[in-house]
Design a protein. Sequence first.
Length: 166
Amino acid sequence: MEKYVAQLLEELEKLKANKPDKPNVHVLYPDHPALDYGLDYIAEWECAPMVPMSELMGFALENLPVVEKLTEKQAAAISDKILDVWQEFNFYADFPDGLPELTKYKILRKRWGEDVQHVSEGMTHFEFCDYEPENCPFGIQYCSCQDIELFDMDDMKPLEEGELPF
Ligand SMILES: [Zn+2]
């Protein structure tokens, strides 16, 4: 597996070259009203199609090993490379501190099998947490929305009658 991972890292690096050219929105979406104002990027943001990540990258999901076959260290190396390649495509992803590398890789690999909208400028941020701690891909102990929920609940203690909310 070590050899495969080394080769995989090289293959992933090459994917940076697959970054699509900036689309010509004047040709693709000539009737978009934003073009009249020179806001080409708005036309692109609104009209860019959803495509499978694997298709956009030119790299099939099956080339990424399932997490069960990897060591923590191998998963970390592949995850770092995936995030590095994604940046080239303006894709960004944040993870909670201390999240186990195998969990992180599993989440990244799953995203590779899903659809994505590529836009040539700006930042596309991937959200993995749906604010449902019990279903969180990070695992309940790493889910940051859990803290928000507890905080909110603390904040919403019922008021005593006649008490002012400040
Ligand atoms: Zn969460």
